[in-house]
Design a protein around this ligand. Structure first.
Ligand SMILES: [Zn+2]
Length: 267
């Protein structure tokens, strides 16, 4: 069982690399998994953390007045338990979601931008922002954020729900259509295109609802509602294994409550 922090704690992201700040508590990762401390907490105290070899260590923000760092270990210490970031998200508050989403994406960015994409020189962290900067040609590489659309389609009292191949054949969870925005495309255009490509249906009255950062590895999910206009369901077998209309009073198993797909359906 994970010992969690009280819900009342507030999280404030650090808007840039602060070389003067020293983390007092750490979220510790190993190969993308979160390593729990010796007391089963998802944050380690500085004393327990000191002495371990890290490949990445950054300060990402404050939980109330405590400075929080994220670090990646080179090896997993014996006897320590790991959980996936998704597991931690399922049991958390907005505070933890914000902290995880921010920290994981900054760590990813550090790994993706170790070298300059123009001249190949090793990049350095820039104080005051999250860019990695080339000391030779000055190129700035900012953390990548990938815009994605996700949409609930309504037809009278029914919703369009789908099952993705990536969730596996045994999964009973139903979710909604989602996809990346292509270069040159607006978000509403992406909604229309994704629905047509994946399910063969046309929609109207596309309405933006709200968004959610999704750190796997750097998506910004933009949530929409739309109304069915025309077309028969014809699924793209590469992406989906099922698509169907469900009455609002008889919905199948849905994604967990913290996900934007569930929040869009609940709305
Ligand atoms: Zn360069």
């Amino acid at each position: 069982m994970i010992a969690d922090l009280p819900e009342s704690v507030s999280y404030f992201p650090l808007m840039g690399y602060g070389p003067e700040l020293k983390a007092e508590q750490f979220l510790v990762l190993f190969e993308g998994q979160i390593v729990l401390s010796s007391t089963n907490s998802w944050l380690w105290g500085r004393e327990e953390f000191t002495g371990y070899e890290t490949s990445q260590a950054i300060v990402v923000g404050h939980l109330d007045s405590t400075v929080i760092g994220f670090a990646e270990l080179r090896y997993l210490p014996e006897g320590y338990e790991v959980i996936s970031p998704r597991q931690l998200l399922t049991m958390t508050s907005e505070t933890t979601f914000g902290l995880l989403s921010h920290g994981l994406q900054i760590l990813t960015s550090r790994k993706e931008h170790r070298f300059c994409g123009y001249c190949g020189t090793e990049n350095m962290a820039e104080a005051g922002e999250w860019a990695m900067v080339c000391p030779d040609c000055g190129h700035h590489a900012y953390p990548r954020i990938s815009p994605c659309v996700i949409v609930v389609v309504k037809k009278g009292d029914e919703y369009l729900l789908v099952q993705h191949n990536r969730h596996g054949k045994t999964s009973t969870m139903h979710t909604v259509v989602a996809g990346f925005v292509e270069p040159g495309e607006g978000a509403e255009m992406a909604v229309s295109r994704e629905l047509m490509e994946e399910t063969g249906i046309k929609v109207r009255n596309i309405q933006y609802c709200f968004s959610q950062s999704w750190p796997f590895p750097h998506s910004l999910m933009m949530g929409f509602h739309a109304e069915y206009e025309s077309g028969e369901l014809e699924i793209d077998n590469e992406e989906l294994c099922f698509a169907g209309w469900f009455h609002k009073d008889h919905l199948p198993e849905l994604p967990p409550e913290f996900t934007i797909s569930r929040q869009l359906i609940d709305l």
